[in-house]
Write a protein that binds this ligand. Structure first.
Ligand SMILES: [Zn+2]
Length: 602
């Protein structure tokens, strides 16, 4: 029989094995490589990204959340909630009443700090309505910062706008418009590091060309070098000097910005986003990650810092072609004849329903005079009471019914959409359906307690592939965007857009391990909050804790894969959902009609 003294010693040994109670809390860096495809990362294309993935946890069965655009996934990465809970349904959202001057439009573009402030003002002081990981980290005594791409950076702590909480450093920092304030001592530290206190602009990387002129041929190197320098020479030393743990999000605009704007492939589908300029952007993101890891090493912080690398979404090469669209039969001064203009879906709906078409300010759009709507459109006889609003989001469009739930109008819209060759998949709010040919919002995470107006229909555009034998890496996507054919886009429910890059390394993660289980952006904050002891508030959450990826974690079990076709529309159109479920969480691989969607290949 063991003595009481021996039992006490055993208890002490067990406590030591579990980790001493006085251990310093771990730090956290979330590195977002915007628009980085899972399969494009190799030791040759992106050495630092590949090295982290191959020595840490390789999260290769990864998922962006649909719609696969930046602010949607920024909201999910921030909160761990479903899109139907955060209300960030797109980069461009219909918001009802027009925004005040100088905007004057009913569609808000969320990649602007001023607009995010207006969103908070309108929707209960916090348009997301759910606590974020950085907010929870702050509550736990962490020093917090979010640095990089304008828009998603501020969304990580969207109510921190006075410089006193999370430090927000982005494209607007130091400029006269749209900048959020920083504390004086931080500005002094930036100066002391001999860095400019104003973010560089994107320079030659910013201009995407035109229908007859190629876009950029340089990556976003200079601007991101400044973000990396501020992070490595100012923020990390500042955190270390404070002696408090830290949580930092670093959002690399590359490769997204460069892939959108690259001039490698004007009006041709190859090489598309696989040309030299896109590859330079992928390497640029990799180099910034390398700089952050080097600084952690130099400062002696590496052993105590978890790093999660994630892309908000994957990527596609843009197609402007349609044989069925009414909009493509008109001519526009800045569109290749026969190609789709931006706003084609709104133009086609207005024509099909024989209703007037307006821009997002409510002004008439005369398509036969060469005009087309951009970012958003209103449809109906009364600009103050549109029957339909459309928010354009590249590879998907959001359709709203501002006058209330009207299943008959929703059915008429769907009957027009299923006849268009550019329609890949259709998703309909549950209270408007079921409608043949469509899948319900509840199957793809678009239902919940969102404070912003809920769309009625989300359309994912059609995908194909061209130029290589790996459909995900050379996918072509019709897109309601302002870029040219051959440039880059994303936003669809096809696998090339849902398959984002994901990996993790650090004291809380396994090493040299491939996770076979499905994972998604919503899992990241839920997992990190669990590991680091942050409180994200009461559930439900869309994400799960990635237990199998953690040090001493459970063995993974098998995911359940399902293929669920919708009932067919009258012309046979179906939206097929290809999903995985694992440990109570749902993962959308792809959703769309056979032949118009790139499905999972693993
Ligand atoms: Zn993008």
């Amino acid at each position: 029989m063991p003595s009481a003294r021996r039992l006490a010693l055993l208890a002490l040994a067990a406590a030591t094995l579990a980790g001493p109670a006085w251990a310093a809390p771990h730090n956290l860096i979330i590195f977002v490589a915007d628009g980085l495809r899972s399969g494009i990362v190799t030791p040759e294309t992106a050495p630092a990204l590949a090295e982290l993935r191959d020595t840490g946890v390789d999260l290769r069965n990864s998922h962006s959340v649909f719609p696969t655009v930046t602010t949607v996934n920024a909201s999910v990465l921030a909160t761990g909630r479903a899109v139907g809970q955060t209300g960030d349904f797109g980069n461009n959202l219909y918001v009802g009443e027009k925004l005040p001057a100088p905007y004057g439009v009913a569609v808000a573009g969320l990649e602007e700090n001023t607009v995010l402030g207006l969103m908070n003002d309108r929707f209960g002081g916090d348009y997301l309505g759910h606590r974020s990981l950085l907010q929870a980290a702050r509550a736990k005594g962490y020093a917090t910062a979010s640095i990089g791409k304008l828009g998603p950076v501020a969304i990580q702590d969207v109510t921190a706008r006075d410089g006193k909480g999370t430090l927000i450093i982005d494209d607007a920092t130091g400029w006269s418009e749209d900048a959020l304030p920083l504390p004086d001592d931080l500005i002094a530290e930036i100066k002391a590091a001999k860095l400019p206190v104003k973010a560089p602009d994107r320079g030659l990387n910013a201009w995407g060309g035109a229908y007859n002129m190629p876009g950029v041929q340089v990556a976003n190197v200079d601007q991101q070098a400044w973000f990396a320098a501020v992070a490595t020479q100012v923020l990390l030393p500042r955190f270390k000097a404070k002696g408090a743990p830290f949580a930092m999000v670093f959002w690399s605009r590359d490769p997204d910005g460069t892939q959108h704007a690259q001039g490698d492939s004007l009006n041709t589908l190859t090489p598309g986003i696989n040309g030299p300029t896109s590859m330079a952007a992928i390497r640029n993101a990799s180099n910034d990650l390398a700089a952050l890891r080097k600084a952690l090493q130099d400062l002696g912080l590496e052993a105590d810092t978890d790093i999660v690398v994630v892309a908000d979404h994957g990527f596609s090469t843009l197609s402007r072609q349609s044989k069925t669209s009414f909009a493509a039969r008109h001519t526009y001064p800045d569109v290749v004849p026969g190609y789709l203009p931006q706003g084609f879906l709104a133009i086609d709906l207005a024509e099909g329903l024989k209703l007037p078409l307006m821009d997002a300010a409510g002004l008439p759009i005369e398509v036969d005079k060469g005009f087309y709507p951009k970012k958003g459109a209103l449809i109906g006889a009364d600009p103050a009471k549109p029957q339909i609003a459309v928010a354009m989001n590249g590879g998907s469009d959001l359709i709203y019914l501002p006058q209330g739930a009207d299943p008959t109008l929703a059915q008429r819209i769907v009957s027009l959409l299923v006849a268009e060759d550019y329609t890949g998949g259709i998703f309909v709010r549950d209270d408007l359906g079921p409608i043949p040919g469509t899948a319900p919002f509840s199957a793809v995470g678009l239902t919940g307690d969102a404070r912003t107006p809920h769309p009625a229909i989300v359309v994912s555009f059609a995908s194909s592939h061209e130029g290589c034998d790996k459909p995900e890496l050379c996918a072509v996507l019709v897109s309601d965007a302002d870029q040219q054919q051959g440039q880059g886009t994303h936003g669809s429910a096809s696998r090339q857009d849902t398959h984002n890059f994901m990996a993790a390394i650090g004291p809380d993660f396994r090493a040299h391990w491939v996770d076979p289980a499905p994972v998604a952006n919503a899992d990241i904050p839920v997992t990190l909050a669990s590991v680091l002891g942050f409180d994200l508030g009461p559930g439900p959450f869309a994400g799960r804790i990635l237990r199998e990826a953690l040090k001493n974690g459970a063995d993974p079990s098998a995911a359940t894969r399902t293929t669920t076709p919708s009932p067919p529309a009258a012309n046979g159109f179906v939206t097929v959902l290809q999903r995985q479920s694992y440990d109570g969480a749902q993962y959308l691989d792809a959703g769309g009609a056979p032949g118009k969607v790139i499905g999972p290949t693993q």
